[in-house]
Design a binder for this molecule. Structure first.
Ligand SMILES: [Zn+2]
Length: 640
């Protein structure tokens, strides 16, 4: 039950459901039965009064940290009055997400019909509905104050997963579109109706639906209730392995122990398993939208690559959704969401996502350390750190969501994720050491993420001052200086203090870790590529195509560039093994490595002056020190 937050000064920030319920809601019914044609259809009824009306569709999508709303994919827009008279509309000349109409006297409700062209997240067997693709609602009103009543139509036999509260089912409502786009749902299609919510909450409540659907309850002894809803393209994939379900139940228990509060009435992991419609990870307050390849939780290499997906997105229910940087929380989806503090929103989530994955068995402790080594090494070798602070990568997040392929490490992209992870590991080990193991970051998380105790899916903004005060409550320390030195200014090296205080040292060896090998294996995320970043300074795909070249590294200096294709290595046809052998052979002699390289339609010989063999990052234990890394990744909850 919600409790009063008056004494925390937070009352004004809460969604007032009782006030909303008194208003006539916008009604929206989305028809997913043409997912195979990549078209979703919406029927929307909007209460209006006579005079000018502006309707709007979302631009700034929470969690995307960018103005990624796809107003351009909205087609077939028609407005009519209740008696079917068409209304003329005109798009705003400046805000392209706004539609202007003039409502005639006596009209109290208008109807809109529109389609969304969906270029991703839909196949013949499944559909993922992100409501922002089709939502239309009055502009310039806080989205938490607009009541909306959603319904979803799916073909006969399809299952639906969502955190929305169902109220009943019916046959699909009549279709009103009169143009080419008008679509009648197929025979047997079913419309499920959901309880009235707000535009803010509906945007935060995606729906997955599919022919091959399973819903599994998780950690049955935990309140509130948790579920994982799964749709897949192949019938067998959505029936998740019992071991995986046990690990996800452990994740629910571990999140409860780590955060000691909940900010949802129930929680749904939504999981799509598809080689076409996968590739997603988006947080929501009462659910998370997770998409991976169809065997993404079946094959060991893929499972390791996806091991922190569910724990990361679930952590966001607390860190990012409930507690949100004040500048990232705006009253509508039209105002810019500013990125500062994303090293908390995403960085702390990156840290806890990996820690919780290890605590719940989604990866083991050695895999946690291997992957931490890979991440830390990548950051420590990120040449762009000479010019760009982590804070700047946060501030500019909305223009950095797509990696800039040729020079990612020089631009730094969204380094705040992994950089933040190391800073929070630093803070965790620092608190443990300075308090003689009496306290840890867990104490901070209980304070920071648990303000107000258990709540519904509310949003409680914070600023850096509050963050520092909450850290100080756990350990009196110069946290302002700690964060400034690590976040606000460019640093020549990444923050390795947490790894070192944690009892380990980042080193480079000629042995690739088991996890690194799995990730680079034929079925791993790097799909048979070769990781020679720490030796030759480049990433190579399985067919010899050069991914990224390290700025000022050996390969860059020799003239190799992203997109080139390595055809030959020391006289042999290129293969991953041939390149690794050439590295081994380079050791202790002065002969260069000979490459034959295709650039555009030309072949060129190219020599790499390199003699240090294979080099891969690894964490080695420093004997005689406290092993905080293994301590941190031990289960915290009493596991069933
Ligand atoms: Zn995230």
């Amino acid at each position: 039950m919600p409790i009063s937050l008056k004494n925390l000064g937070l009352t004004v920030l809460l969604v007032s459901f009782s006030a909303v319920a008194q208003k006539t809601p916008v009604k929206i019914t989305v028809d997913l039965s043409e997912a195979a044609r990549r078209l979703y259809h919406a029927e929307i009824d909007v209460p209006v009064k006579a005079g000018p009306l502006t309707l709007i569709t979302p631009q700034w999508i929470p969690g995307n940290h960018a103005p990624s709303g796809e107003a351009n994919a909205i087609s077939g827009v028609e407005f009519t009055t209740a008696d079917g008279k068409p209304l003329i509309w005109r798009r705003d000349d400046v805000n392209l997400y706004e539609f202007h109409l003039e409502i005639p006297a006596g009209v109290t409700s208008i109807h809109a019909h529109l389609d969304a062209i969906v270029t991703s997240r839909a196949t013949k067997q499944m559909a993922c509905l992100e409501w922002e693709r089709l939502m239309l609602y009055p502009a310039k009103i806080p989205v938490k104050d607009i009541a909306i009543e959603p319904s979803v139509t799916v073909p006969a036999g399809w299952g639906i997963g969502t955190a929305l509260t169902p109220t009943g089912t019916s046959a699909p409502p009549p279709t009103t579109g009169v143009m080419e786009s008008a679509h009648t749902p197929p025979a047997g299609a079913v419309t499920t109706h959901y309880a009235v919510t707000t535009v803010e909450q509906l945007e935060d409540s995606p729906v997955i639906a599919g022919k091959y659907f399973h819903e599994f309850p998780l950690a049955p002894e935990v309140t509130p209730k948790h579920y994982i809803d799964v749709v897949s393209d192949e019938p067998e994939d959505s029936n998740l392995r019992p071991e995986l379900l046990a690990e996800i139940s452990n994740l629910v228990r571990e999140a409860g122990a780590a955060y000691a509060s909940h900010h949802y009435y129930s929680y749904h992991f939504l999981l799509t398993l598809s080689n076409v419609a996968g590739g997603e990870g988006l947080e929501h307050g009462q659910s998370s939208d997770n998409g991976v390849g169809e065997k993404g939780f079946a094959e060991p290499a893929a499972t390791l690559g996806n091991s922190d997906l569910l724990s990361h997105e679930m952590t966001h229910s607390w860190n990012g959704k409930y507690r949100r940087p004040s500048t990232l929380y705006q009253p509508d989806f039209a105002t810019m969401q500013q990125g500062m503090l994303l090293w908390v929103y995403e960085g702390l989530t990156q840290y806890m996502g990996n820690v919780l994955a290890a605590r719940s068995g989604l990866k083991n402790q050695a895999q946690y350390r291997d992957m931490l080594a890979m991440s830390a090494a990548a950051l420590d070798n990120q040449v762009g750190r000479v010019w760009r602070s982590t804070e700047d990568t946060s501030i500019a997040s909305s223009i950095d969501r797509q990696p800039i392929a040729p020079w990612g490490a020089w631009s730094r992209g969204q380094a705040y994720y992994q950089e933040g992870e190391l800073v929070w590991l630093d803070a965790d080990t620092l608190i443990r050491e300075k308090t003689g193991d009496k306290k840890s970051l867990t104490d901070f998380l209980h304070i920071f993420l648990g303000k107000g105790g258990d709540t519904g899916p509310w949003i409680v903004p914070y600023d850096r001052k509050e963050l520092i005060a909450d850290l100080d409550e756990v350990l009196s320390y110069d946290w302002a200086g700690f964060l400034h030195d690590r976040i606000d200014v460019p640093t020549p090296h990444t923050d390795l203090a947490g790894i070192e205080r944690g009892g380990y040292k980042l080193v480079y060896t000629d042995k690739q870790s088991m996890s690194d090998r799995m990730m680079s294996g034929a079925r791993g995320p790097r799909a048979g590529g070769v990781n020679v970043w720490y030796s030759l300074g480049l990433r190579v795909q399985a067919d010899g195509t050069v991914g990224e070249v390290k700025y000022d590294g050996i390969a860059d200096k020799a003239g190799l560039f992203s997109g080139d294709k390595i055809i030959g290595v020391n006289g042999d046809v290129f293969s991953a093994d041939a390149l690794r052998k050439a590295l081994d052979d380079s050791k202790g002699n002065s002969k260069p490595i000979h490459l034959l390289v295709q650039t555009d339609d030309k072949l060129n010989p190219l020599d790499l002056d390199y003699h240090d063999g294979q080099r891969y990052p690894s964490l080695v234990r420093v004997e005689g020190t406290t092993d905080y890394l293994d301590e941190i990744t031990k289960p915290l909850a009493v596991l069933k």
